[in-house]
Design a binder for this molecule. Structure first.
Ligand SMILES: Cc1ncc(COP(=O)(O)O)c(C=O)c1O
Length: 322
């Protein structure tokens, strides 16, 4: 039994799915959605706030502020509540209404930046609003997940060593790329401690993170409309880009087996399945993918037939596939 005293103490669920029997894919899925924030972003939230407190940038009078499309906002809401700190989340219209309600229920203030750039991304507008809020309110502290080293250090210090311990024979690790925090932390850890492990980045088609052309994306979590600075320190062995249509198909295949997982998990599993089919047809490698969150937050998007049809057209051939 794990006994905790504050909501930000629980990071690891210890749950790992072996997808061989479910999908016939030789892949283990490390589930990061079973904590009080419901996602892997609890690690970055805990780490960035701890670093800010330690450096004296955050005091009891500070108001934390951050740009988030959802999961980090929820995670910071949880950690801020656990530490009795104020938190303002700057999000955008793509953040689903339930997530906004979740943050408010946890005591956060939520403001919405609603001017998209040419590719439909709200990232620039969110960051501009954060800067404006910090100028107007001297006690506001921007954690800046896009550049804060405590974001990737969280994964260097916790996620990666845990995976290394749980899978001593690990050959390949698949990580989705949003800010690049998880990927950079894991890739640096394995480069320094187990250089034989291949760390493979999974990104969505339309993301510019690895120099590919910008394009429309509709799902939060993986992908970016501006290259993420944290990725400068990442060393990846390979990259797989996944169209969002494949993400949706994979999520729905998993859900039909009882595993309701988040959008980026569909991306990472789909990318890993493709890479493994190409590079390990015999299924000899020990492969692990990071599942960032569970599926409830996507019930009105990835798991909603009419949203999928409106957004991608006729991609719901998943029933035939499974
Ligand atoms: C669902 C989901 N998957 C993946 C990621 C990517 O994580 P990172 O920002 O560490 O690259 C995020 C980040 O917000 C996320 O919310």
């Amino acid at each position: 039994m794990t006994i905790i005293h504050t909501a930000d103490e629980l990071l690891d669920s210890d749950i790992c799915l072996d997808l061989r029997s479910t999908l016939g894919i030789p892949l283990h899925l490390k589930c990061e959605g079973f904590n009080f924030a419901g996602s892997v972003k609890i690690r970055a939230a805990v780490s960035m706030i701890a670093a800010g407190l330690q450096q004296g940038l955050i005091t009891a009078d500070s108001t934390l502020v951050e740009s988030s499309s959802g999961n980090l906002g929820v995670a910071l809401s949880v950690v801020a509540a656990a530490k009795s700190l104020r938190f303002v989340c700057v999000t955008d219209p793509k953040c689903n209404p339930a997530t906004v309600k979740l943050m408010r229920a946890l005591g956060a203030r939520v403001v919405v930046a609603d001017t998209p750039d040419g590719s439909g991304s709200y990232l620039a507008a969110r960051k501009a609003l954060v800067r404006e809020l910090c100028l107007r309110h001297p006690g506001y502290v921007w954690l800046n997940q896009y550049q804060n080293p405590a974001n990737w250090l969280a994964h260097y210090e916790t996620t990666a060593p845990l995976i290394a311990k749980q899978f001593p024979a690990l050959d390949a690790l698949f990580v989705g790329t949003g800010t690049g925090g998880t990927l950079t932390g894991c890739s640096r850890y394995f480069r320094e401690n187990r250089a034989d492990v291949r760390v493979i980045a999974v990104d969505s088609v339309g993301s510019v993170n690895f120099g590919m052309p910008v394009g429309p994306r509709h799902l939060p979590g993986v992908g970016a409309s501006e290259r993420m600075p944290l990725l400068d320190a990442a060393r990846v062995h390979d990259l797989v880009q996944v169209p969002e249509e494949d993400t949706v198909r994979m999520c729905r295949r998993l859900a039909r087996r009882g595993f309701l997982l988040g959008g980026s998990t569909g991306t990472v599993v789909s990318g890993a399945a493709r890479w493994l089919a190409d590079h390990d047809p015999a299924g000899d490698l020990t492969a692990v993918a990071v599942s960032a969150d569970n599926g409830e937050r996507y019930i009105d998007t990835v798991y909603d037939d009419s949203w999928v049809h409106r957004t991608y057209g006729a991609v719901l051939d998943y029933l035939e596939e499974s």
